[in-house]
Design a protein around this ligand. Structure first.
Ligand code: TRP
Length: 453
């Protein structure tokens, strides 16, 4: 007898709740935590910025993450399919915005991640030891000026991402995250422990945690909120997609809370690992984007056992970037598998290759295309990063909070959260935050960045 319905195309599921949490934490913990958080904290003056960042995680980040996971698990669909099946019409565009963001972000993310892979390779060869100290300051400029070099490392990185995503949800994504994330935590705890005990430790801790409120201006607050969304991988359906692979017994509030907590811990630990050695060797904390690629290597080349620290640090950076890149690719792949009925192999290979191609101008933006300015005086890489971080993600985040707070009914949200007999005592708090507080705050950031006030 033939089945009454056409069987649904098989979608993956996480094989365990631990796997779901590790994968989601892997998505959240990325270059944003280890490369960007320390340098933006450095530029915005430390403690007060950090405290305000924590506030943003609580009132906007955790609620929105839970919102995305609820939508994902309720529909068991990619972002486009999810918005389409819940409401359709113009809301489907929110899903599209997510898929496009995944495509765009991964294109330049893989170039920066390629730098990290190159540095790991250099570190393994002992480049950051004291014998080569005089060459270290020029390394970064050398890498940026090399077109073939960057294309090579970008393709090494993209090939690894594609290789993992080809494996599927539980055998590819989950397995890779379950190996890389624990190693990442161990390395980070070790480096942070070393940092605290080094001579610059107390200065660094004071810098990171002692709030000087006068340093917190409107610009820093906007930056903190924007970065909280980026760091938690929110605003483009990455957590929605990962939530769609969770089974009905998974406790989503606990997952959202745990993942946000881990992401925040990693960002803070990265600061605790990096700033003490920066201070110990008298370098500038406000070094900007070059902090981990220019400042730190110089420090490694001067400190005892610096070669070993360099290997550990860049391994950490590569793992963090890989686990995030996997989730960016997965968002796009899930759309082509669910909606266009492509096989996972075809979707991963075709999309992975197209994303690589879009990344090529980013890899060339500091050499061949150095004089090609897209937005203002920004080169291609900076422009596309600017576009994604300031427009695509905040707009996506705003629309998803509005959708969760105002469009899906309380009955759907509540019953989805309480599946598997979970009692969620904070439901009213969550509902209030996602309905009123998060949309208003995200709207302020967005309207400010597009220059409306
Ligand atoms: N959260 C990652 C980081 O901190 C970046 C990232 C991965 C991301 N997936 C995302 C950002 C989805 C936004 C949306 O580096």
């Amino acid at each position: 007898m033939s089945p009454p319905h056409k069987p649904k195309q098989k979608r993956g599921l996480w094989s365990s709740r631990f796997g779901f949490i590790m994968a989601s934490a892997g998505s959240a913990v990325g270059l944003g935590n280890i490369w960007k958080f320390p340098y933006v904290t450095g530029m915005h003056g430390g403690g007060a910025f950090v405290l305000f960042y924590l506030f943003c995680i609580f009132v906007v980040g955790i609620p929105l993450m839970l919102g995305e996971m609820v939508i994902g698990r309720h529909t068991h669909r990619n972002p486009v399919g999810a918005f389409n099946s819940l409401r359709g019409g113009p809301w489907t565009a929110v899903g599209w915005l997510g898929v496009i963001s995944g495509f765009v972000i991964l294109s330049y993310y893989s170039v920066v991640a390629g730098w990290a892979v190159n540095y790991l390779w250099l570190a393994l060869q002992g480049t950051f030891s004291s014998q080569h100290a005089s060459k270290v300051p020029e390394l970064f400029a050398g890498l940026l000026s090399s077109d073939l070099g960057q294309l090579f490392w970008q393709s090494v990185f993209m090939a690894s991402v594609i290789g993992i995503v080809l494996g599927g949800v539980s055998k590819g994504l989950e397995r890779a995250n379950k190996v890389m994330m624990p190693i990442l935590f161990l390395i980070l705890v070790f480096l942070a422990g070393y940092g605290v005990l080094s001579p610059g430790g107390p200065t660094a801790l004071r810098f990171l945690f002692y709030p000087e409120w006068s340093k917190l201006d409107a610009q820093s607050m906007l930056e903190a909120l924007g970065h909280a969304l980026f760091s938690l991988s929110l605003g483009m359906g990455a957590m929605l997609t990962y939530g769609s692979y969770a089974d009905e017994k998974t406790n989503l509030p606990t997952a959202a809370f745990t993942v946000s907590f881990m992401d925040t811990c990693v960002a803070l630990l990265a600061g605790i690992a990096i700033f003490p050695i920066v201070f110990t060797y008298g370098m500038q904390p406000a070094g900007g984007p070059g902090l981990v690629f220019k400042t730190l290597p110089i420090v490694f080349s001067r400190m005892p056992a610096g070669s070993m620290f360099a290997v550990l640090f860049f391994l950490l950076l590569v793992f963090a970037a890989l686990t995030s890149a996997i989730s960016l690719l997965e968002v796009v792949v899930s759309y082509y598998c669910d909606e266009q009925k492509w096989s996972r192999n075809k979707a991963t290979l075709v999309i992975g290759f197209l994303i690589f191609l879009l990344g090529v101008p980013s890899a060339l933006s500091n050499n061949l295309l150095k004089d090609f300015h897209v937005i203002g005086d920004r080169n291609f890489l900076d422009s596309i990063d600017f576009l994604a971080s300031n427009y695509l993600l905040p707009l996506g985040g705003l629309l998803i909070t509005v959708f969760t707070g105002w469009v899906i009914t309380t009955r759907v949200a509540k019953s989805e959260i309480e599946k598997g007999a979970v009692r969620f005592h904070f439901y009213p708090v969550w509902h209030f935050l996602i309905k009123y507080v998060s949309p208003v705050l995200v709207a302020i950031v967005f309207l400010h960045t597009i220059g409306l006030f």
